[in-house]
Ligand binder design. Structure first.
Ligand code: 5GP
Length: 119
């Protein structure tokens, strides 16, 4: 199933793209939670972490490689940053095309969540 991220990959809707290669795309989150908040996504539309297959291992690992590359390029590596991938409802996932959140630019609190009331 296609999501808004497929439209960003296909340039059907705009996004501030900061990195692209054959496997992945990285762009600024529309609702940033840190001074730098990027989303690193595979071009292959994989819905959730649960849908990562054996053949997707290289693609999934590539997202971390891109995070490391962007961190160095943007001078954020030494101070540090956080990468997060949410899965399904309890994980807080809202877009069903896997994406690595890349958060940087300030000290980030831990734990990062506030419990939501179970309905
Ligand atoms: P999730 O909640 O699925 O882990 O994260 C989805 C992220 O996608 C959210 O941080 C949200 O702000 C971001 N997002 C949703 N729609 C758009 C969009 O159209 N453009 C961009 N750049 N980010 C989006």
């Amino acid at each position: 199933m296609s999501t808004i991220f497929t439209k960003i990959i296909n340039r059907e809707i705009p996004a501030s793209i900061v990195y692209e290669d054959d496997i992945s795309l990285a762009f600024e989150d529309i609702n940033p939670q840190a001074p730098t908040h990027l989303l690193i996504i595979p071009k292959k539309p994989i819905a959730t972490i649960n849908d990562i297959t054996e053949e997707d291992r290289e693609v999934a690992g590539h997202l971390l490689y891109v995070a490391s590359k962007i961190a160095k390029q943007k001078g954020l590596a030494e101070d540090g940053y956080r990468v997060v991938m949410n899965c399904n409802e309890y994980g807080g996932q809202t877009v069903y095309h896997i994406h690595l959140h890349f958060l940087a630019g300030k000290p980030l609190g831990w734990p990062p969540y506030t419990d939501k009331k179970k309905v």
